[in-house]
Design a protein around this ligand. Structure first.
Ligand SMILES: *Cc1c(COP(=O)(O)O)cnc(C)c1O
Length: 484
């Protein structure tokens, strides 16, 4: 399997190199040359273990990493650290060290990168740069901490993440980590990171000092591929529970931000998994809802800070990979659209792409709808959803009402409700006025009789080790101050 850029400059890139580079030289994203149709083979054993399933799927893409090494990477990533559960048609992806679904990808990425580094004979330290809207940062820090040959620098919007998310990062231990608060929003942080990657002189300067930069954002193909796995796992679980029969089509509902998670589902479908509709759920930052409705992607709007902060995004980077497929792999079309996005802040896709993307349904949920849903599902089903998952739940309901399509649907549950306890308490009318987030955590636990995940219950007393704040124009300076 080889990889190429969505914008056409690079072709025939081996996976190890694509993983090390993170983003292509032309600013495009790496995509695989094809999608092996392995569903028919895999469905023979629907009770397969997560790690074994991961091996079967990832091995189709990262073919230049030998089997033993790949299995080693998967085991180090997931054994005793991560699991996936299906409850009431919710695919729970948050049973990992940071209590959010990004663990699925970010526990694996460092392990595969370490091996890719060996294959590409990279001797220098690799510095991972990450912009985060809350969850990615912590997951990257956990994945890369103390991994030899790597450093991690995380930029987050100082006022754009929850208290708990911030403490998760500021208390991060490890001998190779740096956390930088930015005066700005998530898009500022992401744009800043993209600028650093695009600045050849700056990078050359760093290279002279022995530093190579790479990315852990969901644009890295090393993050995207492991996310395909849980779509198969979730589907097989529905089969095992007798909710569907093998080969029945299902819909998937995905609370979406950067479009990585839902795109992995699309890749799973290309590999043969019987998924019919992709229901793309947004919060009030409904750029994608508008896009799927009109074919116009328009980021020229104010970013709204919502209670599902990991979806507070105006530029969904991974959408570029869908446009690549939707245009018939036309790199000229993709390059032009991305140029329009950069220069005009918007683009409109052609008719061919418009008809292709009908496989996707977009809608959004506002704060009130999210609250009502959390309360309703808790009271009726005794099931606690986090705010991101609730966005998906609301949008699924809207989809069914609009289309009457009541196929079994898997709702991707992306975070533990304990990661956003104040919002959940507000939704459930549990009074948390004037008490701090950590006390709120306890109150949510006692009132709902649910246990706080251990990595969150110890946060209150965790020591703050990082408290730097920089202006959004100083992201390079922050990096240099750490590397020198
Ligand atoms: C990152 C994140 C999302 C959005 O996922 P994308 O792959 O960026 O679309 C949704 N929910 C939670 C909890 C997240 O952390």
């Amino acid at each position: 399997m080889k990889f190429r850029s969505t914008r056409g400059l690079e072709k025939d890139i081996a996976s190890a190199q694509a993983i090390i580079n993170g983003i292509s030289k032309d600013g495009g994203l790496y995509v695989p040359d094809g999608f092996p149709k392995v569903y028919d083979e895999l469905k023979k054993d629907t009770k397969i273990q997560y790690e074994d399933l991961a091996f079967r799927i990832i091995n189709e893409y990262f073919t230049d990493i030998d089997d033993e090494e790949l299995m080693g990477a998967i085991n180090s990533a997931y054994n005793d650290r991560f699991s996936v559960e299906v409850k009431n048609n919710f695919l729970e992806l948050y049973h990992g060290p940071t209590c959010a679904f990004k663990d699925a990808a970010l526990l694996f990425l460092p392990q595969v990168m370490k091996r890719a580094k060996k294959i590409c004979d990279v001797k220098e330290d690799i510095t991972i740069l990450t912009a985060t809207s809350g969850d990615t940062g912590k997951a990257a820090l956990e994945g890369f901490k103390n991994v030899e040959g790597f450093k991690v620098v995380v930029y987050y919007p100082k006022n754009g993440v929850s208290t708990i998310q911030e403490r998760q990062m500021s208390s991060q231990e490890g001998n190779n980590v740096k956390i930088v608060g930015i005066k700005g929003n998530f898009d500022d942080a992401q744009t800043g990171v993209k600028e650093i990657f695009g600045d050849d002189d700056f990078r050359a300067g760093l290279a002279q000092k022995g530093y190579i930069l790479s990315s852990a954002n969901s644009i890295n193909i090393g993050r995207l591929v492991p996310q395909i796995v849980y779509y198969f796992y979730g589907y097989f679980n529905l089969v095992n529970q007798g909710i569907i029969k093998k080969d029945d089509a299902i819909n998937v509902v995905v609370p979406t931000g950067n479009f990585g998670n839902i795109l992995a589902g699309y890749y799973a479908k290309q590999m043969g998994l019987p998924i019919d509709k992709f229901i793309c759920a947004s919060n009030e930052n409904k750029v994608l809802t508008d896009f799927f409705e009109t074919g116009v992607y328009d980021k020229k709007r104010e970013l709204v800070l919502t209670e599902s902060p990991s979806m507070d995004i105006l530029v969904s980077s991974n959408l570029e990979r869908l446009l690549f497929e939707a245009s018939g792999r036309d790199t000229t079309v993709v390059s032009e659209l991305m140029k329009d996005l950069n220069t005009k802040g918007a683009y409109e896709v052609n008719e061919k792409i418009k008809s292709f993307i009908k496989e996707f349904y977009g809608n959004f949920a506002d704060a009130e709808e999210v609250y009502v849903a959390i309360k309703e599902v808790y009271e009726k089903e005794n099931y606690l959803m986090d705010t991101h998952t609730a966005v998906a739940y609301v949008v699924k309901k809207k989809y069914v009402e609009e289309t009457k399509d009541d196929k079994p649907a898997l709702i991707l549950s992306t975070a533990s409700p304990f990661k956003f306890p104040r919002s959940i308490c507000n939704a459930l009318n549990i009074d948390v006025e004037g008490i701090d987030d950590f006390k709120v955590l306890e109150k949510l636990s006692t009132n709902t009789n649910n246990t706080i995940p251990s990595s969150l219950s110890t946060l209150e007393t965790a020591k703050v080790l990082h408290d730097e704040v920089w202006d959004k124009s100083e992201m390079k300076d922050a990096l240099l101050s750490y590397l020198k």
